[in-house]
Design a binder for this molecule. Structure first.
Ligand SMILES: [Zn+2]
Length: 427
């Protein structure tokens, strides 16, 4: 692999430190080996062995992490569409979505559930270099109680679609064990409801402490993690007490749940999936009618979520982007919208929104020593952005502004000219 010298960029290194100007970054193999002003090409390189890219002040930043990914949710209108889509077509769609995510500047992701073994097969194929995609924490099918918001079929119809139904500690243990057997990095539990499903709304808590605790014990016994869907206050409390690792949503929390999250902020991650609420409010009526969207209570729900995310952010809880993309009205590829929501709706500084997508991203990937910041010795997952996301965070949504995307030191995207060294004069 050719070495690469990125010259004259504005460096946002992902640590939260102020941006630095006229910075050069040297990449050798898959690693960052030097950062500084006016770096020169090491003399060990002959002209053809290193690409020099003059960035003319463009932004250099770490690749981002999407922390609530569903590659197997594809242009769905109803949750049942995910259940019924044959696994073969789902697999092909997921391969496309993985490439889309990488080309959107997200070089790693944490899955928040998938159909069948699709994520696991994707992760392995990406790691082997067979297909393009981000580094992945792979999930299996969601684990849900009977009557949960993903249990949508009449009792006389059995569908093994997006969720395994498991009730009681023993069944939860059995299903969680079976998912880890198949190679999942984490397992997703639906602990609260979701208000698009009338019989199991977001305010309802659908699993007991003992059931959640059983899942956590099985995961932790294997060095693995539990990711939960938890909107209601009670569900969040149960999850924190039971020791879950990643909490999706956490929007309807009361003061007690808030305090519990803050007390456990060094261990926990919160992924609010704000874009799901924002997009559903923007476009849901086109699919379900205005009345159905009003009935979800999402409008008030979003306000409550934003208030709570603001105070969790102020209290130093790690809140990560990840937006449940994969429905018709919030398609794959728009992942960076969550950063804009963090800035415009939650009140984060643009720098903090970038830190949440980069440094915190490396932490949720359990690769903090290798990813998430631009530092010597780290892996070269790097973006070059034509624009300044500190002034306009939405620039990250514009794929044509992502001039260079490197993953593991290799180009995924490069629309900038490359120059080479002049032949060195013979001494
Ligand atoms: Zn989700």
């Amino acid at each position: 692999m050719k070495a690469k010298l990125l010259k004259n960029g504005m460096l946002i290194d992902g640590t939260g430190a102020e941006a630095r100007h006229e910075v050069d970054v040297l990449i050798e193999g898959n690693k960052i080996t030097a950062i500084g002003n006016n770096l020169s090409v090491p003399d060990t390189y002959s002209p053809g062995e290193i690409d020099i890219l003059d960035l003319q002040g463009k932004t250099i930043m770490p690749g981002m992490t999407e922390a609530h990914t569903h590659f197997t949710w594809q242009d769905s209108i109803y949750i049942q569409d995910i259940d019924f889509k044959p696994i073969e077509e789902t697999m092909i769609g997921a391969i496309k979505n993985a490439e889309t995510m990488l080309k959107s500047g997200f070089t790693s992701c944490v899955s928040a559930a998938a159909r069948g073994r699709v994520d696991i097969a994707l992760r392995d194929a990406i790691n082997r270099g067979q297909i393009l995609g981000p580094r992945m924490m792979a999930n299996g099918a969601e684990v849900s109680a009977t009557g949960s918001f993903v249990d949508l079929h009449p009792n006389h119809v059995r569908v093994h679609g997006l969720s395994f139904l498991a009730d009681g500690e023993d069944e939860v243990r059995r299903v969680v064990r079976s998912l880890f057997k198949e190679g999942a990095d984490l397992v997703k539990l639906n602990v609260s409801g979701e208000s698009l499903t009338a019989h199991a709304t977001g305010e309802m808590t659908l699993y007991t402490y003992k059931e959640v605790r059983a899942a956590v014990e099985e995961a932790h016994a294997r060095g693995k993690r539990i990711y939960v869907h938890a909107r209601s206050s009670d569900s969040v409390k149960i999850c924190v007490q039971a020791g879950v690792d990643i909490i999706g949503h956490a929007d309807f929390i009361d003061d007690e749940a808030f305090d519990m999250l803050v007390d456990n902020k060094d261990r926990l991650f919160v992924v609010p999936a704000l874009n799901w609420l924002v997009s559903t409010l923007e476009h849901g009526a086109e699919y379900f009618g205005q009345e159905a969207i009003v009935a979800t209570g999402y409008e008030e729900g979003l306000e409550i979520a934003l208030r709570n995310m603001h105070r969790l952010y102020q209290a130093g809880v790690r809140i990560l982007p990840g937006g449940d993309y994969g429905f018709k009205w919030c398609p794959h590829g728009q992942y960076a919208r969550d950063l804009e929501h963090f800035v415009k709706l939650v009140g984060m500084t643009p720098m903090d929104a970038i830190v949440s997508a980069t440094k915190y991203g490396s932490q949720i990937m359990q690769m903090e020593d290798q990813l998430g910041t631009i530092e010597v010795g780290k892996l070269a997952d790097i973006l070059v952005v034509d624009g300044n996301p500190l002034e306009d965070i939405s620039v990250l949504q514009n794929h044509s502004k992502l001039n260079v995307i490197l993953k593991d030191g290799e180009y995924v995207v490069r629309t900038l000219e490359v120059s080479h060294l002049e032949e060195r004069a013979a001494v």
